[in-house]
Design a protein around this ligand. Sequence first.
Ligand SMILES: [Zn+2]
Length: 337
Amino acid sequence: HVEPEVVEALRNAVVAAYPRLSHRYYALKAKWLGLERLQVWDRNAPLALQENRIFGWEEARDLVSRAYAGFHPDLAKLAEPFFTQGWIDAAVKEGKAPGAFAHPTVSDVHPYIMLNYLGKPRDVMTLAHELGHGVHQRLAAEQGELLSATPLTLAETASVFGEMLTFRTMLAEAKDQAARKVLLAGKVEDMINTVVRQIAFYDFECKLHAARREGELTPEDIGALWMSVQAQSLGPVFDYMEGYETFWAYIPHFVHSPFYVYAYAFGDGLVNALYAVYAEGAPGFEDKYFDMLKAGGSKHHKDLLAPFGLDASDPAFWDKGLSMIEGFIDELEAMEG
Ligand SMILES: [Zn+2]
């Protein structure tokens, strides 16, 4: 349900933003790591200031509930029974499947959430994420069995939005500048991995398939295409070890789900744009947001986004979300004072 020009608008906006996003962020990261050049394995290296804080279950529940209530009391109310009625299986136990999900049952009964909660900051974000899905599933259930499932384009909206609300709450409550820096850097890295990196993957796929149409490709040809999108997306601070040319092979999607990777950037970019509208204080945003979730799978993304004055085929739409990431990097740069 996504038109080619919408994906093209997303791709063009992200590629144009590489220098303002990844290039700038990785230059900062090199400085934090005390390195002149970065290697590919430094990309996701943890920062030395990172603290290993553990959030107890009650603390996590309180944080996420407050973040949700800060948006609208009804959002927290919709999330509450997950905690009070036993709709979440959170504990880690032997034989339990890994990962996390929210799953509807049938539309006249409530959904369930499965987690493997260990108290790391990331686990709190996973709780916020799955609760977003859970709330969305509860609201969309009114559409009935056939129309309640969300279209793929908006499937991650409530979940990523819920994470953003929780992240903003954590950020507002950070005890000092160092804690704020760790939170911001972590968020920027996640966003670069979802938006910049996945669009670079998408670009590689487009270039590869276009080249193949002209004739057979050698492994060297494929490697050269891979390296060109790496250099362009990661920026001038990176060196590439010998053998990195073959690393395209570590992305299963290229073989098993061709032309899927853009969807990760699409979901994140869409929520960032939506959050930017909310942060600008758009009148009536909360009601429109609830209406969007209640619509479930009954409407196309164009109709769901129109009430917010948003249109995904407009490159300016994607820029709105990218500016938010840029704003976080501005703040990190300013901390270097
Ligand atoms: Zn999700």
